[in-house]
Design a protein around this ligand. Structure first.
Ligand SMILES: [Ca+2]
Length: 167
């Protein structure tokens, strides 16, 4: 089971260089049940306590006019982690949109955004071919991202991009 570690330095750097530095439109509000956007996170996020496989979770988010959450900054990562931890769910794992279903080892986000943080070298070495879907691991002391089997039953975080396209 590969543990993805968030590269704090890289994320901060990319946030400064990338879209995170753009001002957000505070007049836009998220649909009911969603959190965001604010000065630190660009989109709307909703934790779903139901447990299901990754594809079913993605379909659930799509029916809600969104997709599984993408994470591009430390701020987004911390928001999602706090959402998952607050709920006292029976599952410490929550699906996000990252997967390598199409091509082994080539991780992509379901919203089409590029991957701007990195697998640690040790996590790369531990990757297993049948583990193609990534979940946020909220276990205390083991927080981060894990690639696990896609049919595992996990809670998940949906994401919606506001029509105005603030990001
Ligand atoms: Ca894989």
């Amino acid at each position: 089971m590969g543990v993805i570690t968030v590269s704090v330095l890289a994320c901060v750097l990319l946030t400064l260089l990338g879209t995170g530095a753009l001002p957000h439109n505070h007049h836009d509000t998220c649909p009911s049940g969603y959190t965001g956007p604010d000065s630190t996170v660009p989109h709307c996020y909703r934790f779903v306590r139901k447990q299901m496989g990754w594809q079913q979770a993605l379909d659930y988010c799509k029916r809600d006019q969104g997709t599984l959450a993408a994470v591009h900054s430390v701020e987004e990562y911390q928001l999602l982690l706090s959402m998952v931890k607050q709920t006292q769910s029976t599952s410490a794992y929550a699906w996000v949109g990252l997967n390598d279903l199409e091509k082994e080892g080539n991780y992509v986000w379901t919203d089409g955004s590029s991957v701007n943080w990195f697998w640690s070298e040790s996590a790369k070495a531990q990757q297993w071919g049948e583990e193609d879907c990534v979940a946020l691991n909220s276990y205390s002391g083991a927080e981060g991202f894990d690639d696990i089997k896609c049919d595992s039953g996990c809670t998940f975080v949906c994401m919606r991009v506001l029509p105005s396209g603030v990001a």
